[in-house]
Design a protein around this ligand. Sequence first.
Ligand SMILES: C[S@@+](CC[C@H](N)C(=O)[O-])C[C@H]1O[C@@H](n2cnc3c(N)ncnc32)[C@H](O)[C@@H]1O
Length: 148
Amino acid sequence: MQPVGYVRGPYRDAGEIPKGLGAKHETEGALEIREEFEPGLTDIEGFSHLYVIWAFDRAEGVHLMASPPSDDRPHGVFATRSPHRPNPIGLTVVELLGREGRVLRVRGIDMLDGTPILDIKPYLSSVPPEKLRRGWLAEAESRAGKQP
Ligand SMILES: C[S@@+](CC[C@H](N)C(=O)[O-])C[C@H]1O[C@@H](n2cnc3c(N)ncnc32)[C@H](O)[C@@H]1O
């Protein structure tokens, strides 16, 4: 795989990115797509939200048991969004605010500036909210008295 582009945003350090229960990801930034892939953006403007698939290029090590900031109990890495995964791939849903050529302006980034983007796909959720279960996160939220 090769990056199709890079995230541009305000975060230079992981400590600056909101974490834990109730963290909101409303930060605006850009997805800068490499020139050779620009034709692949044709017709993307019609979608309100996108999946961004990216690489945790600055994560070190793999922890099969993760301790997320949203809970005081450990969970298996595949039950979390931890960066320390066997294949360090990140997935973020962003709102598409606009496109200028090969630059997509988006809201909702939780990646560091310069993060390599592996792929972009339109976000189309077909799961009705009443069918969604939030696992240990729902329990952690209820212990903390927080709404999802
Ligand atoms: C909990 S992960 C969730 C990322 C994505 N939404 C997901 O579910 O795959 C977000 C954290 O990853 C870390 N992070 C962001 N960009 C990174 C990068 N390029 N390399 C390593 N860690 C990164 C930051 O600590 C950030 O708070």
